[in-house]
Write a new protein. Structure first.
Length: 255
C-alpha cells in the first residue's frame, strides 16, 4: 500500500482570500475570506474509505465560474466543482438589492463555496480504476485542468506504467490510456542529483526527493518507474512529465 504524506497547500482566490487543503488520509478543504464572514460553513472533510490519497494527487484550479478540486486515490479519480466566490458574491448582493436594503460586502456575510457541498460531492464526477485492489498499485500522481475544463490525471506504479485518465467537462465522458513510447526530455541527469534518487554503487543509502516507497535496485521496481509526476502546458499543448528511477525525465503529449 502506498504511503500517504501530510501536505498543506495554500491556493489564492483573487480579491477574496484563500483556500487551502490538508491531506492525510482525510482531505480537508477550508475557505477563508478576507472581506467578510462566510455563511453556510467554510470547511469540508472527505474520507476516501480504504483508498488513500496519492502524493501529488490533489490540486485546486480556478475558472471564471468555478473552483475545481481534483483528487486521486489509489483506486479512483475525482473532479469536485464548487461555485466561484465571485459568482456567489454577485448573487448575494443582488438578493440584498431586491430586498430594498443596501449592504456592502464588507459588512455582510456571503455564502461559502462549500455551502451546498455534501457527502456525495466527490462521487458526482468520479472514475473508479478497473484494476483497483490488484498490484502494483499507483504510488504517485499528478493532475491538471485544461482550458476546456477537462480534468487530467496521471498515475504511476512501480512497474513503470503510467495511466492517463481524462474526465470531460460533461459528466460521464471518461477516457483512459496507458502512456507508451515516451520521449526523453533529458538523458541521464548529472551524477550528484541522480544519486539522490537511488542507492549508490557501494550499497550505502542515500537520501533525497522521491525515495519514499522505493528500495534497492533489485527490489523488483522497474528502473523506469516514476518517482514524481507533473502535468504542464507548453504553448497550446499539455504534457505529462515523469522523473524516473533511471535518472531520466520522460515526457508524453497528453492533449
Amino acid at each position: 500500500m502506498p504511503r500517504t504524506k501530510t501536505i498543506k497547500t495554500v491556493f489564492m482566490l483573487l480579491h477574496h482570500g484563500f483556500l487551502f487543503f490538508q491531506q492525510f488520509q482525510v482531505l480537508e478543504l477550508v475557505q477563508t475570506c478576507l472581506d467578510c464572514p462566510l455563511a453556510g460553513g467554510n470547511r469540508v472533510k472527505y474520507r476516501f474509505q480504504d483508498t488513500p490519497l496519492l502524493s501529488g494527487g490533489v490540486s485546486i484550479h480556478e475558472t471564471i465560474h468555478n473552483v475545481v478540486v481534483l483528487v486521486v486515490t489509489v483506486g479512483s479519480v475525482h473532479k469536485m466543482v464548487f461555485q466561484h466566490p465571485n459568482r456567489l458574491t454577485k448573487q448575494d448582493i443582488r438578493v440584498y438589492q431586491q430586498g430594498g436594503e443596501a449592504f456592502s460586502t464588507s459588512s455582510s456575510s456571503i455564502p461559502s463555496i462549500f455551502a451546498d457541498a455534501s457527502h456525495s460531492t466527490p462521487m458526482e464526477n468520479v472514475h473508479l480504476l478497473p484494476n483497483a485492489g490488484t498490484t502494483p498499485l499507483p504510488h504517485t500522481a499528478a493532475t491538471w485542468l485544461d482550458t476546456d475544463d477537462e480534468a487530467m490525471f496521471a498515475l504511476a506504479n512501480s512497474a513503470g506504467n503510467i495511466t492517463l485518465i481524462k474526465l470531460g467537462n460533461l459528466k460521464g465522458i471518461v477516457t483512459s490510456n496507458s502512456l507508451k513510447s515516451s520521449s526523453y526530455l533529458l538523458g541521464r541527469l548529472w551524477a550528484p542529483f541522480g544519486g539522490m534518487l537511488s542507492r549508490n554503487s557501494t550499497g550505502g543509502s542515500t537520501s533525497g526527493i522521491g525515495t519514499s516507497g522505493f528500495g534497492a535496485a533489485n527490489d523488483g521496481v522497474s528502473a523506469e518507474a516514476a518517482v514524481s509526476l507533473a502535468i504542464h502546458p507548453i504553448q497550446s499543448d499539455v504534457y505529462v512529465f515523469a522523473l524516473c528511477r533511471d535518472h531520466k525525465i520522460r515526457m508524453w503529449l497528453a492533449s
